[in-house]
Design a protein around this ligand. Structure first.
Ligand code: PMP
Length: 359
């Protein structure tokens, strides 16, 4: 993939050197089994749709609530914190962008796993921050004991992406305790699929910031809502940065839909449990086909077939209208990252893989 080979003379040197993130493919859906970008296979709560519909009137001429107070209240109530400890933004990608800018120190490296969310190095480039990737162990686990020494901040997804492997809370506390002078960000994009949130630690660690998204467990990737929870001082820094970019964190539809999503806890739990059950079944079936599957606490699995080239398998799946993600990155270039779909989608994936492995 070439981002661009032309450089306009109107560009600043800064833009010329920027290497932007390449998002996962969003093909038109006709008959595709789309298991490449970790969306939820189940739709959002009907109450979310209803709440968004209720916004579709003359009130759209008005600006949204500048502080998204209703949503902050819903999030604060859900996690037992106060609203001054909550930040919201357009997807957790925007929340991450602001925290890299607001909370990571320049002149010292920001520590992150060497296999993790590929947006982190992009933000480092955007804000002129040095990234220091730390290798995972031989089982693809984060080694908490490596996260020490002088640094400008620490960030990792939990569960990690794209491995899906969960770091238990005691590992997170180990990192927090070794780094009292750095902000430690736990990116919990996938926490609701069986992990335990670190939000319970924010009152004990003023240097902890936890980010989450409504894109995965709450089936709202299209609405673009992300959040952060941490000490009010950290949140205040994020608000300053955000207000220097745009004055409204979210649009009216997003606020209404997100509030409704937090109100329908039963729908959320039902969808998460279905995904967790399907993940178990999918992992077992993949193992049955000879794949080595990393233990996932997310809504995707990382799997590698010892005898088959991952890029070829991904291409073969695509010919059979099943789309998964393949990363051309050291250590994981023989893995496929497969989003957990509905049981029917998973069956189609497994049938296609079965055919490819026979061939
Ligand atoms: N963090 C991680 C680890 C992710 O995989 C993703 C999804 N690509 C995000 C954050 C961003 O999610 P969103 O912007 O949809 O909230």
């Amino acid at each position: 993939f070439f981002w661009s080979i032309t450089v306009s003379r109107f560009w600043s040197p800064f833009v010329k050197d920027l290497v932007p993130y390449v998002p996962g493919e969003q093909p038109k859906l006709d008959n595709l089994v789309k298991l490449n970008t970790n969306e939820n296979p189940y739709g959002p709560s009907p109450k979310v749709i209803e709440a968004i519909r209720a916004q579709l009137d003359d009130s759209l001429r008005l600006y949204p609530a500048p502080n998204a107070d209703d949503l902050k209240q819903a999030i604060a109530a859900r996690y037992g914190v106060n609203t001054a400890q909550v930040f919201v933004g357009n997807g957790s990608d925007e929340v991450l962008a602001h925290l890299f800018n607001a909370l990571f120190q320049h002149g010292k490296p920001v520590l992150m796993p060497d296999i993790s969310y590929s947006f982190y190095p992009v933000y480092c480039g955007l804000y002129g921050i040095e990234a220091k990737p730390l290798p995972l162990d031989e089982d693809f686990r984060i080694r908490p004991e490596d996260y020490r020494g002088e640094n400008g901040g620490i960030i990792f997804p939990n569960p990690n992406a794209p491995t899906g492997i969960l770091l238990p809370l005691d590992g997170i506390e180990q990192i927090l305790q070794a780094n009292p002078d750095s902000v430690v960000v736990v990116d919990e994009a996938y926490i609701d699929f069986g992990g335990e949130t670190a939000i319970t630690l924010v009152d004990r660690y003023p240097n902890l910031l936890v980010t989450q998204t409504l894109s995965k467990s709450r089936s709202l990737a299209g609405l673009r809502v992300g959040l952060a929870v941490g000490h009010a001082d950290l949140i205040e820094a994020l608000e300053r940065i955000k207000n220097s970019f745009n004055s409204y964190p979210l649009d009216r539809l997003a606020i209404a839909g997100a509030v409704a999503a937090f109100e329908d806890q039963a729908w959320f739990e039902e969808c998460c449990n279905r995904v967790i059950d399907s993940r178990r079944a999918l992992s077992e079936s993949l193992a049955g086909l000879g794949f080595e599957v990393l233990p996932s606490a997310a809504n995707f699995v990382m799997a590698r077939h010892p005898q088959r080239d991952a890029a070829e398998l991904a291409a073969g799946l695509r010919e059979r209208r099943v789309i998964v993600r393949h990363f051309r990155q050291p250590r994981i270039d023989q893995h496929l990252r497969i989003t957990v779909g509905t049981p029917e989608q998973n069956r189609q994936l497994l049938t296609a893989l079965g055919e490819l492995l026979k061939g």
